[in-house]
Write a protein that binds this ligand. Structure first.
Ligand SMILES: Nc1nc2c(ncn2[C@@H]2O[C@H](COP(=O)(O)OP(=O)(O)OP(=O)(O)O)[C@@H](O)[C@H]2O)c(=O)[nH]1
Length: 552
C-alpha cells in the first residue's frame, strides 16, 4: 500500500513536477526522462545516475524537504492530488477495499515508515519526467492503472495518507514496481515484530522441554514409590531383618565360632599328639603343653592329664577320647563360676559398679544389662562415671534412651566419685531398683585409676556401707593371658566380685576364661556374644567347655 501511496504521491508530484520543471526549465529534466525510462527497469541504478548528472540539486530541493513532512501529515500532497481523484471516480470499488485495511494497521507503522519513504520522493522527480513514456511501460504493467485507481480513495481518505502506507506491503504483491523500494523497508519493521513471534515458537519448544522434564519426573515417581516402600519396609523390614537373626547363628553357635580358632588349634594339636600312639608320660607331657598354650592354665591342664592318665594310661587313645575328657574337666572348673547374677533388691538401689580396661565392653555391657533388667520390670538408673571421655558419656546416654533408663552425667573431667555419689542419691530419691555406674579404665596410669576407683567405692559406702553391692569386671575374651593380670588388678582395687567375658563371638581365646575361673574363682555371670542389645548371655559351663574342646 505504501508503494501505492508513493505512486499516488508521485502522481501528485508529476503535476507538481511539471510545474517545477517550468521553474528550473533547463533541459536536464528532459534527459532524465530518458533515464527514467530505464528506471522502471532498474530503479536503484537511477539514483546513481542522478548524482552524476547533478540533478541532485533538483532532487534535494524539490521533493525531500517538502515531501517528508508532507507524508506524515499528508496535507500538502492531498490538495495537489485532489485533482487526481477525478480518475478515481472511474474506479470506486477498489478504494473501498483499501480504506478498510488501511485504518487497521495504520497507527503504529506510520511514523517509522515516514522517514523511510523519503527516498521515494527522490524517485518522484523521475516519475514526473515519465508521464508521457509512462503509458508505454504501463500497458505491460497492468497493475499501474490500478494504483491510480487506488489513488482516488486516498484523496477521499486524505486524512488517511499515513494509513495508506501501512497497507502498502500487502499491495506490494500486485504492484511489484514500487514495492521493492518502499515496502521492503516498511516491511522490515513489521517483520521484526513478528520476529518475537518466532521466539514464541521457541518458547513453545522450551515448553515441551519442561514437559520433558516432568516426563523424567514420573520416572522418579516410581523411585519415590520404591523409596516409600523401602522406608515402610525398613520398619517392617526390621522384622524381615529379624529373620536375619533367625538365620543369624545362635549365641552358642556364635560362641563356638568365636572359640573355633582356639578349638581348632587345640584339637588339632591334640590329634597330633595322639596319632597312633599309646598314652605314656611323653604323650601326657605333650598334651599338657598343648593345653597350656591354649591359655587353659596349668591347673586345668594338669586336671585334664591326670584324668586321662587315670583311665587310659598304657592304652591306645584317640584324639576324640582326649577331647571328651578335656571338655568334662573344663566344665568341672567352670561350673563353680558359672552362676546367675543375683540382685538384692532390699537395697534401694542395688548398686552395680562396672569396671574394666578401656574397650573391654563396659558401656556396652551396661546397656545390655539395663535392657535385661528393665525388660524384667526393674527400674534402672545409669551413671556416666567415665568422665574423661565425652564419647563414653554420649554412648551411655544412647543406651539410656534405648532402655528408657535415666542417665546421670556430669561435665567432662568432673570428679567421678562425686558423680557416683550424686547418682546414688538421685537413685535413692527416685526409688530405682538398680543403679549401674560406668567407670573409666585407664590402666596406663594405675595410680590414678586405683585412687579414683577406691574413692568411688568409699563415697558410695557413705550412703550404704554395703555399696557397691556388685562389682562387675568386663574381660575381653580376645585379650589372652593379659586378662589374668587385669582381673588381678581390678579385683584388688575395686573388689571385683563378678565377671562378664565379652567378645566371645570374635576371635576369642576362650581358654583364658578357664584359667581366670580356676585362679580367681570369680563368678562369670554373662558372656558377650555380639554388639546388639540382646547379645548378653548367661554363662554356661558345659556349653563353653564343649565349644572349646570341639565336642559336639
Ligand atoms: N563383638 C563384640 N563386640 C563387643 C562386645 N562388647 C562390646 N563390644 C564392642 O567393643 C567396643 C568397646 O565397647 P565399650 O562398651 O565401649 O567398652 P568400654 O569398656 O566401655 O570402653 P571405654 O568406654 O573406652 O571405657 C565397642 O565397639 C563395642 O561394640 C561383644 O560382646 N562382642
Amino acid at each position: 500500500m505504501a508503494g501505492f501511496f508513493k505512486k499516488i504521491f508521485s502522481f501528485g508530484q508529476k503535476e507538481v513536477v511539471d510545474e517545477r520543471v517550468d521553474e528550473t526549465a533547463p533541459l536536464p529534466p528532459i534527459k532524465w526522462e530518458a533515464l527514467d525510462a530505464l528506471k522502471p527497469a532498474a530503479e536503484q541504478v537511477v539514483p546513481e545516475f542522478l548524482k552524476r548528472d547533478e540533478p541532485q540539486a533538483e532532487v534535494e530541493t524539490a521533493p525531500t524537504p517538502t515531501v517528508e513532512p508532507e507524508v506524515i501529515p499528508a496535507p500538502e500532497p492531498s490538495p495537489v492530488e485532489q485533482p487526481a481523484p477525478e480518475p478515481a471516480p472511474i474506479i470506486p470499488p477498489e478504494p473501498e477495499i483499501q480504506p478498510e485495511p488501511a485504518p487497521v494497521e495504520e497507527p503504529q507503522p506510520v511514523e517509522p515508515e515516514a522517514p523511510i519513504e523519503e527516498p521515494a520522493p527522490e524517485e518522484i522527480p523521475a516519475a514526473p519526467v515519465v508521464p508521457e513514456p509512462i503509458p508505454e511501460p504501463e500497458p505491460p504493467e497492468i497493475p499501474a492503472p490500478e494504483r491510480p485507481e487506488i489513488v482516488p480513495p486516498q484523496p477521499q481518505i486524505q486524512p488517511e495518507p499515513v494509513p495508506v502506507e501501512v497497507p502498502a506491503p500487502p499491495v506490494e504483491a500486485p504492484a511489484e514496481t514500487p514495492a521493492p523500494e518502499i515496502p521492503p523497508a516498511e516491511i522490515s519493521p513489521p517483520i521484526r515484530q513478528p520476529a518475537p513471534i518466532e521466539q514464541q515458537p521457541v518458547r513453545a519448544e522450551i515448553a515441551p522441554e519442561p514437559q520433558a522434564v516432568p516426563q523424567p519426573a514420573p520416572k522418579p515417581l516410581p523411585a519415590p514409590g520404591k523409596v516409600t516402600v523401602a522406608k515402610k519396609v525398613e520398619q517392617k523390614a526390621e522384622p524381615q531383618k529379624a529373620p536375619e537373626p533367625a538365620p543369624r547363628r545362635s549365641w552358642f553357635q556364635r560362641m563356638r565360632d568365636g572359640l573355633a580358632r582356639s578349638s581348632r588349634e587345640l584339637t588339632g594339636n591334640i590329634a597330633g599328639v595322639f596319632t597312633k600312639r599309646k598314652l605314656d608320660e611323653e604323650t601326657l607331657q605333650d598334651l599338657e603343653d598343648v593345653l597350656i598354650r591354649a591359655d587353659l592354665g596349668m591347673e586345668t591342664a594338669l586336671r585334664v592329664t591326670d584324668a586321662l592318665a587315670a583311665s587310659r594310661y598304657g592304652k591306645d587313645v584317640s584324639d576324640t577320647e582326649v577331647r571328651a575328657i578335656m571338655a568334662a574337666e573344663v566344665e568341672k572348673v567352670l561350673s563353680h563360676v558359672a552362676m546367675p547374677l543375683e540382685l538384692d533388691l532390699s537395697h534401694k538401689p542395688h548398686v552395680i559398679l562396672v569396671v574394666g580396661v578401656n574397650g573391654t565392653g563396659k558401656t556396652t555391657t551396661i546397656g545390655k544389662l539395663a535392657a535385661k533388667l528393665t525388660d524384667g520390670g526393674l527400674s534402672v538408673m545409669l551413671a556416666a562415671g567415665d568422665t574423661f571421655r565425652a564419647a563414653a558419656i554420649e554412648q551411655l546416654k544412647i543406651w539410656g534412651e534405648r532402655t528408657k533408663s535415666p542417665v546421670i552425667a556430669s561435665k567432662l573431667g568432673a570428679d567421678a566419685a562425686g558423680l557416683a555419689y550424686d547418682a546414688f542419691e538421685k537413685a535413692k530419691e527416685a526409688g530405682s531398683d538398680v543403679l549401674i555406674i560406668d567407670t573409666a579404665g585407664r590402666l596406663q596410669n594405675k595410680t590414678e585409676l586405683m585412687a579414683e576407683l577406691e574413692k568411688i567405692v568409699r563415697v558410695l559406702g557413705k550412703l550404704d556401707p554395703e555399696a557397691p553391692h556388685t562389682v562387675l569386671q568386663t574381660v575381653d575374651a580376645t585379650t589372652g593371658q593379659n586378662a589374668l593380670n587385669q582381673v588381678e588388678i581390678f579385683r584388688n582395687v575395686a573388689g571385683v566380685n563378678g565377671l562378664v567375658m565379652t567378645k566371645l563371638d570374635g576371635t576369642a581365646r576362650g581358654g583364658i576364661l578357664v584359667a581366670i575361673a580356676a585362679k580367681h574363682k570369680l563368678p562369670v555371670y554373662f558372656i558377650g556374644v555380639g554388639e546388639q542389645v540382646d547379645d548378653l548371655e548367661p554363662f554356661s559351663a558345659s556349653e563353653f567347655a564343649r565349644a572349646i574342646a570341639g565336642v559336639a
